[in-house]
Design a binder for this molecule. Structure first.
Ligand SMILES: Cc1cc2nc3c(=O)[nH]c(=O)nc-3n(C[C@H](O)[C@H](O)[C@H](O)COP(=O)(O)OP(=O)(O)OC[C@H]3O[C@@H](n4cnc5c(N)ncnc54)[C@H](O)[C@@H]3O)c2cc1C
Length: 322
């Protein structure tokens, strides 16, 4: 029996988890690592002790690819279609994880071993395999193949030993996004779950009611606002307090509420939110085909693109090694 190469996947967002899942199903020994406290990457939901929950990363996503739609459907209630109320703007059918954006990914991981709170800080070739250095730990991990499933600028740092691969990764560009999480003191009777049709001079690109999505707590009075890429770029280095102060007026005006109707508010800056300049290929690799990069940076296309990138690499590795 042929022994399959051991694969380490760095990054447990949609790309890393989807690739790991497909390789695991084909019999590859796979290990996932992520620096965060939870799975899902930018498919993120923040919960407050008050019970409020906010999908402050990707608020929803499309599934253009049939195999992606099939994977989401197989997740049952953990992934659901959402057709928000959008007032005069035609509503598009979206997908969301339920009750949190990462629920379907957590379900997919199943038995695959994963380590959270584990930042991979360096990759070194040692005796024909990769040694993965872990931040603040003496221990290292080892693998025959490493899949970098992080935003491209972070992958470029890890791939620095391969100048050509690092340079391809460095050319991929992301827009930043400031996100606000706002708890209203009471429900506003908004006719819309989502506002996305803002005037060109508005700092806001998107405003959505979390409880408007399927599977959420209907008592949650939380809303999420996303600033435009232009505003976020211009205000990239401001403090979270400044972001809140500068974005709140546009939220108040849109919802027609008073400042007193807003309770606690938090801001989160995504340095890498959506891809502006993708690589234009499903995945990137070194010449030896032992180090790969996947994710939305490859094909663009958000969550769907990240899934397609992951599936393309998984299929190529399965063909090459089985
Ligand atoms: C505000 C916002 C709005 C968005 N809107 C949409 C939308 O409407 N539709 C849509 O389709 N997409 C949207 N997106 C983009 C979408 O979220 C991404 O395209 C998708 O989630 C990318 O998945 P990924 O697996 O490639 O990367 P990620 O989800 O970023 O996963 C990468 C993982 O790598 C981990 N990591 C990074 N460095 C290391 C390291 N050194 N060691 C270990 N782990 C590491 C990170 O912690 C992270 O969990 C949005 C994103 C944001 C932030």
């Amino acid at each position: 029996m042929v022994s399959l190469p051991k694969v380490a996947v760095v990054g447990a967002g949609v790309a890393g988890i989807s690739c790991a899942t497909q390789l695991h199903a084909a019999g590859f020994p796979v290990q996932l690592f992520d620096k965060s406290r939870g799975l899902g990457g930018r498919l993120a939901t923040r919960r407050w002790p008050t019970g409020h929950a906010f999908d402050h990363g990707a608020p929803h996503f499309a599934a253009a690819d049939n195999t992606f739609t099939a994977a989401l459907t197989a997740a049952g209630d953990a992934a659901q279609r959402w057709q928000p109320r959008t007032g005069d703007v035609p509503a598009t059918d979206h997908w969301v994880g339920a009750p949190r954006m990462n629920t379907w990914l957590k379900k997919q991981v199943g038995e695959i071993p994963f380590q959270l709170n584990t930042t991979i800080k360096a990759l070194n070739p040692v005796d024909g395999e990769w040694s993965l250095g872990i931040e603040k730990r003496k221990a290292t991990a080892h693998a025959d193949i490493v899949v970098l499933a992080t935003p491209a600028p972070q992958a470029a740092v890890l791939a620095e030993a391969d100048a050509a691969l690092a340079s391809q990764l460095s050319a991929i560009d992301y827009a930043p996004c400031w996100a606000l999480m706002l708890a209203l003191t009471d429900h506003v009777s908004s006719p819309q779950d989502v506002y996305s049709d803002f005037p060109a001079d508005s700092p806001l690109a998107w405003l959505g009611r979390n409880a408007g999505k399927p599977g959420r707590d209907v008592d949650n009075t939380g809303w999420v606002a996303h600033a435009t890429a232009a505003w976020s770029t211009d205000n990239l280095e401001i403090t979270t307090d400044a972001a809140i102060a500068r974005l709140i007026p546009a939220v108040i005006e849109t919802l027609g509420v008073k400042r007193d109707d807003l309770g606690k508010t938090q801001a989160h800056r995504w340095r890498y939110s959506t891809v502006r300049t993708p690589a234009g290929v499903p995945y990137l690799n070194n010449d030896a085909k032992t180090l790969f990069a996947i994710g939305d940076g490859c094909l663009g296309g958000g969550v769907d693109g990240a899934y397609r990138s992951a599936s393309a690499l998984a299929a190529a590795l399965i063909t090459a090694h089985t």
